[in-house]
Design a protein around this ligand. Structure first.
Ligand code: AMP
Ligand code: MG
Length: 422
């Protein structure tokens, strides 16, 4: 183990330098929701391609209605109608009107639509279509109730840029622009391995000295939540050969490999030596608590993150290093969780020169808007419930002995997506 302890920021930068964006794949636009586009998307047509009505009503020439009032109503002859699948191709001449439905193309000659509710319709077959008479008691403004052609975009315009995350509305927009299939970066396959002779599968009743593997599912969930395709490689004992065999199998089929356990310098900790032998160790300790003993390197060229076994340390290590890496591999450009400043409600004492990420909850006073932060009572890294309940990691930077109640501190909002506005 090297003597050098690097900062979390430096460690993250090293991880991000050693990953590559994943190859592109094509998905139906709706399936890409939440994912960044791998390439700009352009529209092949004007959106909308034609001027259309914003209302059900009558397409008219405003000049005809210039003097319309209660005292002097104007009656126009209805010469046609526009309904779904029925397009009126003629022209609206002076003295005429065409019945029109929302979204239908505005016929030539008309320059406004008057909504149905304020028009008095008589005659014809009672449908209000051709053959009827329509009476108007007020003028209309040119352009009224008409959505111009190209309001949203013009043919050839970029409607969504590479890196932009597809929303539900965006999937609709892409599809109306002719981009029924979008290019995204495929999910990295992230291999998860639990290392420890004391670990038993979830279905087993642990005997004395044994514990159920909690990190396996926790890290699988964290990988899924980061938009990866997680793959569980099971539990291996603290056996040098067994670990080596599992890790070498993982790098064959995975884009990123994560192990938990066996990462410190204990008697049975073989992880770092393995990375050294089969690849390259890029760092093996960071100034962070929980999660100091983290090995990162390349094994046969595949990024490898060896987290310590303490469950909360493994989760925080994944959050700080693996999550941004996976997101970057998928093409996400926003890699930072929102940071929130909040007043600490109690004293926080630290005796080590280390970056701390304490499990805590931020709350905002609904009246004053002031944010306060309260830590979980225990920061023991064996505990998962405290992390489960936390909505933030309260940061105590290196060189600070802690906080006095009332001090402002920075909190990493692990409950909010990267780039979210507070
Ligand atoms: P290690 O990093 O192997 O020294 O493990 C540190 C602590 O985390 C020990 O108490 C282990 O029993 C515990 N631990 C290691 N792996 C797991 C796991 N997969 N699930 C739950 N606890 C674990
Ligand atoms: Mg162990």
């Amino acid at each position: 183990m090297s003597e050098q302890m690097i900062s979390v920021e430096k460690a993250r930068a090293i991880v991000l330098e050693h990953i590559h964006p994943m190859p592109e794949e094509h998905l139906e636009a709706w399936r890409a929701v939440g994912l960044p586009l791998a390439a700009d998307a352009t529209t092949d047509i004007d959106l909308s391609p034609f001027a259309n009505s914003a209302m059900d009503g009558y397409a008219v020439r405003t000049a005809d209605l210039a003097d319309a009032s209660d005292a002097r109503p104007v009656t126009l002859k209805v010469t046609g109608h526009e309904a779904a699948g029925h397009v009126f191709t003629g022209e609206v001449s002076p003295g005429e009107a065409v019945r029109i439905m929302t979204g239908a193309p505005v016929p030539a000659g008309a320059d406004a639509v008057v909504k149905y509710e304020i028009v008095e319709v008589t005659g014809g077959d009672g449908s209000g279509n051709e053959g009827a008479l329509a009476t108007f008691r007020a003028p209309a403004k040119p352009g009224e109730n008409i959505r111009e052609a190209g309001l949203e975009a013009h043919a050839g315009d970029v409607i969504m840029h590479a890196g932009e995350v597809v929303t539900a509305a965006g999937a609709g927009l892409l599809t109306s622009a002719g981009v029924a299939e979008v290019a995204v970066r495929r999910a990295p396959r992230v291999g998860i391995l639990s290392v420890g002779t004391e670990l038993v599968p979830p279905t087993e009743q642990p005997q004395r000295g044994q514990i159920r593997d909690a990190n396996g599912p926790a890290l699988m969930a964290a990988a899924l939540d980061a938009d990866a395709e997680p793959r569980f490689f099971g539990i291996v004992a603290d056996d040098e050969d067994a670990i080596a065999q599992a890790v070498l199998e993982m790098v064959e089929s995975c884009d990123f490999v994560v192990t938990s356990g066996g990462a410190s310098a204990g008697d049975y900790d073989y992880i770092e030596a393995l990375v050294q032998r089969e690849g390259e160790v890029l760092f093996d300790r960071i100034s962070m608590r929980p999660g100091k003993a983290i090995t990162f390197g390349l094994v046969r060229g595949v990024p490898f993150l060896g987290l310590s076994g303490n469950p909360a340390a493994a989760c925080v290590g994944f959050e700080m290093l693996a999550r941004p890496a996976i997101r970057a591999m998928r093409g996400h450009t926003l890699l930072e969780r929102p940071l929130e400043r909040a007043r600490v409600t109690h004293n926080v004492r630290k005796r080590q020169e280390r970056r701390f990420y304490d499990r805590a909850r931020v709350a905002r006073d609904p009246e004053t808007g002031e944010a306060t932060v309260t830590e979980e009572r225990s920061q023991n890294s064996a505990l998962l419930g405290t992390l489960h309940r936390a909505n933030c990691l309260l940061m105590v930077p290196e060189g600070l002995q802690g906080y006095t109640a009332g001090d402002e501190a920075t909190c990493v909002r692990i409950d909010l997506p990267e780039g979210a506005e507070l």
